[in-house]
Design a protein around this ligand. Sequence first.
Ligand code: ZN
Length: 190
Amino acid sequence: MTNIPDNSWWYQKELVEEEARKFDPRAKVKLKTGWVWKMSDALTNSATAIMDTVYFPADWTWAECCNKMCHEVRGHVKQFSFFGFGNPKVGIVLMTFIYGLLFFPILLAWGRYRIELHACATEWEHFFRGQKGFKALEDYILNEWAPHQADSISGKMYVYAVPKFWARWGYNRKAKKVIAKVKAELDQKS
Ligand SMILES: [Zn+2]
């Protein structure tokens, strides 16, 4: 067993599990232990969803895990389910192909780009709706959050999926769409 720090989410596993189930009742959570996760820093220090399970690093707090849950579960677990015709475990086949190989692993990894963009858009929407369209959050999504995630997908962490200008443009465009959608929905309610 790897070292598990005192403030690890692992000691509040029930809380984290409960949060995962909010987004999909099938979702499970596990610790990132073992050599596979140590292959790169990007893997060691991030959350990763595979099929119906989200793996979190041992040194994350439960709050950090919960913060990422929408992206991982409503984003990625649902994607595994979608590409598995309703079964996230079957989805591994198509997801691996799309995420890794479509069209080319570096700079033209359109599949990886689209899959991450979709998961990011899912979390922007979730938080923006939760904050009832708060203007400061709108600004944050457009000026900080989306650009940061765009740089991430076009950087080392995601093996340079697409060129940076492409990711910046696409993430900005998608963020504007998500914001407009939530605003329209909120306008209708009021
Ligand atoms: Zn992701």
